[in-house]
Design a protein around this ligand. Structure first.
Ligand code: HEC
Length: 261
């Protein structure tokens, strides 16, 4: 009898614990997120990034009343010291994503549908003049439906390496932006052509014959209504390159588009 009681109590306790865990998952974070997610700035590690002398630890290591989710990244922007000039950031991003010189690289693209994320491996070509990304897809893939319903996307580029020096030689690019699906037949012809002109020359071209390769404009016309061009306009690009530190900068730098006047 005593034994049964013990088992019953144990089961009840487990059920309560599970209910507790479930409740914790459902409770929205307090403003600024939970305290435990912040660094307790007691001692500064020797590899800590540089910042202005006038700043206090707490300027970066506490909720700043804006947006906890972005202020972690924006901590880098709070200090003038350590920030790379905009032009240098742009050059570093274009350099990291240059591929074989054509700015074609492979990324992970994150889309979201009904609050559920999907990560897809996909090639994009960067137009280094406009900082716009283009991809060409077959119709009817999952990511296209996701982006049609929700244009908010995020992309990540990582350099796969053979030396496995992932920490010391860290290099990554994270992009947040808006995606637009272009068909070339639904009033978006000019944008479609613009994207195709950036993207198509990076594809392996057929061996030229008397009739091939088809001129670029013919290829674009053939694609209209058949392929989908995904145009991603970045709202924020974060680049991590450990070698920036050698120049006295933060390893992480943030690029945002220039505000339209
Ligand atoms: C300009 C903003 C800024 C200021 C000021 C600042 N920090 Fe930081 N600190 C950061 C950022 C950003 C990171 C995260 C770095 C990263 O991405 O690894 C960080 C990371 C840390 C870490 C965690 C390192 C790790 O690897 O876990 C500690 C500890 C820390 N800071 C302590 C301090 C202390 C102590 C001070 C004041 C003496 C201070 N910080 C001032 C921005 C700042």
């Amino acid at each position: 009898m005593k034994k049964t009681l013990v088992i019953l109590v144990a089961i009840a306790a487990t059920a309560l614990l599970q209910a507790g865990a479930f409740a914790a998952e459902k409770t929205p974070s307090e403003k600024g997120g939970p305290k435990w997610l912040y660094v307790t700035p007691t001692a500064k590690p020797p590899y800590h990034g540089v910042y202005d002398e006038t700043m206090k630890c707490i300027d970066c290591h506490s909720y700043d009343g804006v947006d906890a989710y972005t202020s972690a990244t924006m901590a880098m922007k709070k200090s003038v010291k350590g920030s790379m000039p905009r032009k240098e950031i742009e050059e570093a991003i274009a350099e990291a994503l240059k591929g074989r010189g054509d700015h074609r690289e492979i990324f992970v693209l994150a889309t979201a549908y009904e609050n559920k994320p999907l990560a897809t491996v996909i090639e994009f070509v960067l137009d280094p003049k406009t900082f716009t990304f283009y991809a060409i897809s077959e119709k009817q893939t999952e990511k296209l439906f996701q982006m049609d319903s929700n244009p908010n996307v995020s992309m990540a580029y990582v350099r796969h390496r053979t030396d496995f020096d992932y920490f010391g030689g860290a290099l990554g690019v994270q992009i947040v932006g808006k995606a637009k699906l272009l068909t070339g037949v639904t009033g978006d012809e000019a944008e479609f052509i613009e994207g195709a002109r950036v993207y198509l020359p990076t594809l392996p071209q057929p061996v030229p014959t008397s009739i091939q390769p088809p001129p670029l404009e013919d290829m674009i016309n053939m694609m209209k209504g058949k392929k989908v061009i995904t145009k991603v306009t970045p709202e924020r690009i974060v680049i991590l390159n450990r070698s920036f530190k050698d120049k006295g900068y933060h390893a992480v730098q943030i690029w945002t588009p220039e505000k339209k006047k």
